[in-house]
Design a protein around this ligand. Structure first.
Ligand SMILES: [Zn+2]
Length: 154
């Protein structure tokens, strides 16, 4: 799914559960479950289509920026001007990070054609779940529904 969907889900779970020992495994599981839903995302068409790595990278950067904005709208985080890095400890921030982690681990392979040996089984596992479809509107519909549910129950 889009980074927007994974980040919002991760932030939602982190905020609702709080304890990272319980939340992080659930957030990672949510990533794989969401990827199994037929969807469209920034990388759709990259491996088996006409999308170039450059176009996918551009769309992914936009997706991540919008994801950050949406997470902060859904779950506002106080950012201290004297110690801004403490915001990384806020549940929505680390939740969003872990929600995106499987995609971050795949990024070097997708964009740099670089995949360390230790990442291969993790990326293979991820790839088994991933089910993207070329139809943008049909592929965005489940994500609009997901974000609406997160909005309603946040
Ligand atoms: Zn993924």
């Amino acid at each position: 799914m889009l980074s927007i969907s994974h980040a919002a889900t991760g932030a939602f779970i982190a905020v609702k559960i709080g304890n990272p020992l319980l939340a992080v495994p659930l957030i990672l599981a949510s990533h794989y479950v969401e990827d199994a839903v037929p969807h469209w995302d920034a990388g759709t068409g990259l491996s088996k289509g006409k999308k170039t790595p450059k176009a996918a990278f551009r769309d992914e950067i936009i997706d991540i920026i919008v994801a950050g904005i949406i997470v902060l709208i859904l779950f506002p985080v106080h950012i201290s001007l004297t110690s801004p890095l403490t915001a990384l400890l806020a549940a929505p921030v680390w939740g969003a990070f872990f929600g995106l982690l499987p995609d971050f681990l795949e990024a070097p392979r997708n964009f740099l054609k670089y995949e360390p040996r230790w990442l291969r089984p993790i990326n293979k596992f991820h790839g088994r779940f991933h089910h993207s479809i070329p139809n943008v509107w049909a592929g965005l519909a489940p994500q609009v529904l997901l974000l609406s549910l997160i909005w309603a129950f946040r």
